[in-house]
Design a binder for this molecule. Structure first.
Ligand SMILES: [Zn+2]
Length: 447
């Protein structure tokens, strides 16, 4: 089956390039100077190109249905994507057909779709599809979800139960925390699958989710710019595979194609999943680890390694340049420390505004930190990690020193482990603590 997908993907790429030079002003201009454009003839374009020349990248022949906006929170350009409904329908049809997801509306089970804020994306499913979307904003929503799991809803005289779940990472944490707090265990109700997207899920959370929901957790990787399709985690190789976009993996230094190790991810959207704003060789600014060829999917699998801006690269003397430390390493280590300051998700704030709701047995928000990579020279890298804590580090300096020591030790162990075959790089780590609300960090809160 996957062989056929490859042929289809190649064909879609060919059609995408043809369409782009025909319909998109920026690419039309490019084609004037050259004939027979291959993918590698196209320039790599980034978010700032799109934001500076919005009209040049648009191929709208009718009024758009949505505009999806993400990012832009750190002063950089936001990712703006115009969309039409047909793009979502095409992506849905592709996956439904290939994965045989189709279930008739008379089935006795359905999927809950938990989200909070969709950045403008509102199409969630075709008509009649057994999936019910609920925006988790208040306690009443969480209670409705509980009812649908426990008692179900009657449809045509048959009771239909919520037995699988797809959810944004943020609301899923809140919902999981809420159920743990009120002593409700969805694991007792034979939940069949749990899919989460919109953020890296650290190991401690994977364990928690499996325990509370009683099912394996599948994660996805995606960018709002390529929204109608995400790369889903493969149960055979553990990596992600893209079917609705064309990925390229380029080495960190020279930007040459690689089949293994850490690499920049460059993506090309494919027709018909993206039509009104094609992105050819789009610089995602994400670094991924290519984990090798997957025999099942017949293509390479990759894992998200970190955003380019918050990844510390090993010094350039290494034969294969790689990520020394990224925000993922930091999150994996600090998630288990209760003293770390956290950014609560808006739905957490709303649910626990009611003081009678018992507290969750674990923190739900996202740790607040800034990772500042500094390359001193070819051999030395200095990593500054600024962490917010929930106490005053100046008043409680011995507590602060102890925390710094424990986190440094764990982080350096991760680096040493990852870098066992390299001698060229020396990395030093400096951890700075900030009291509550003192870390100058502005982040979006939707996912
Ligand atoms: Zn695979």
């Amino acid at each position: 089956m996957h062989q056929a997908w490859h042929e289809l993907q190649r064909e879609l790429l060919r059609r995408t390039l043809e369409y782009a030079v025909e319909a998109v002003p920026f690419y039309k201009e490019l084609a004037r100077s050259r004939e027979q454009l291959q993918l590698s003839d196209f320039p790599i374009v980034g978010r700032s190109d799109f934001s500076a020349n919005l009209a040049a990248f648009l191929a709208l022949d009718r009024f758009p249905d949505y505009v999806v906006i993400s990012g832009g929170t750190t002063g950089g350009p936001a990712a703006v994507s115009f969309r039409i409904l047909e793009e979502y329908e095409a992506a849905h049809e592709f996956f439904a057909r290939q994965h045989r997801l189709a279930t008739t509306p008379t089935a006795t089970e359905f999927t809950l779709d938990i989200f909070f804020n969709t950045n403008g994306y509102t199409w969630r499913k075709p008509r009649g599809w057994p999936l019910l979307s609920i925006a988790l904003e208040q306690r009443a929503h969480a209670e409705l979800i509980r009812t649908m799991i426990v008692r179900g809803i009657p449809i045509d005289r048959k009771t239909t139960f919520a037995r699988s779940l797809q959810a944004q990472a943020g609301p899923l944490r809140v919902l999981t925390g809420y159920f743990a707090a009120v002593g409700f265990s969805p694991a007792e109700y034979k939940i069949k699958s749990l899919l989460t997207y919109g953020g890296h899920v650290p190991e401690i959370w994977l364990r928690r989710l499996r325990q509370v929901w009683g099912t394996e957790v599948q994660t996805g990787y995606g960018l709002s710019e390529f929204g109608p399709g995400n790369a889903m985690e493969c149960q055979y190789c553990g990596g992600y595979h893209y079917w609705t976009a064309w990925p390229e993996f380029l080495s960190l230094d020279e930007h040459l194609p690689v089949t293994n190790g850490d690499a920049w991810l460059v993506l090309t959207s494919l027709i018909p999943f993206v039509k009104v704003q094609p992105r050819i060789r789009y610089w995602t600014d994400d670094i991924v680890s290519v984990i090798g060829f997957c025999e099942h999917a017949k293509q390479v699998g990759f894992r998200f390694r970190g955003r380019g801006t918050s990844s510390v690269l090993a010094a350039s003397t290494e034969t294969t340049r790689r990520v020394l430390m990224s925000e993922l390493d930091v999150v994996e280590v600090i998630e288990e420390f209760d003293q770390i300051g956290r950014r609560p998700h808006p739905s957490e704030l709303q649910i626990w505004a009611d003081r009678t709701v018992p507290l969750a047995p674990f923190p739900m928000g996202f740790p607040r930190f800034i990772l500042k990579p500094t390359i001193l020279d070819d051999h030395n890298t200095k990593i500054i990690l600024q962490l917010e804590v929930n106490f005053d580090p100046y008043l409680h300096c011995s507590r602060a020193a102890e925390l710094i020591e424990r986190i440094s030790e764990k982080l350096l162990r991760r680096i040493t482990f990852a870098g066992k075959h390299t001698k060229a790089t020396r990395a030093s780590l400096e951890i700075q603590l900030f009291g509550p609300r003192l870390l100058p960090l502005y982040v979006k809160t939707s996912t």
